[in-house]
Design a binder for this molecule. Structure first.
Ligand code: NI
Length: 148
């Protein structure tokens, strides 16, 4: 009987953490109007979150190492990105967020774009958790499971 070769997919996911502060607000609006849009995230004095990032990689298993990607190399890449965010007031101290609101959506996109060049096609998914009740995900075309 002929053996059927099944295409396999293997992924690895690692979680990283950082803490940061932000204030979400539209400069041209009053504090009251901002509160309607951003709720407590528009608190004029800012506030903080303990963020976690899940980075998912996929690829072929290296026959020698048995791994898709070196976790040590992934740690190095993530460390550089996290250093720029950790214990910062994002909308004041990180130039990128002077123009783009430091929402979960934009932070996820920011991290993705920072790490994508190093991880290239191995990077397939990034999940940023802001609170125990909310998380944000970043995908590129072709990997988005809810394509319409
Ligand atoms: Ni917030």
């Amino acid at each position: 009987m002929e053996k059927v070769k099944i295409k396999e997919y293997v992924s690895l996911t690692k979680t990283y953490r950082f803490s940061a502060g932000h204030r979400l607000f539209i400069k041209s609006l009053s504090d009251e109007e901002n509160f309607k849009i951003f709720d407590t995230c528009s608190n004029p004095n800012g506030h903080g979150h303990d963020y976690s990032i899940e980075v998912k990689l996929t690829g072929d298993i290296d026959p020698e190492t048995g791994m898709i990607y070196s976790l040590e190399d992934l740690d190095k890449i993530m460390k550089l990105v996290i250093e720029d965010l950790d214990h910062k007031r994002l909308d004041i101290e990180v130039p990128y967020f002077e123009n783009d609101q430091p929402t979960g959506e934009n932070i996820a996109k920011y991290i993705w774009n920072k790490i994508k060049p190093s991880l290239s096609d191995k990077l397939i998914h990034l999940k940023l958790s802001e609170t125990s009740n909310s998380y944000f995900e970043y995908y590129e075309e072709g990997n988005y499971p809810y394509e319409r």
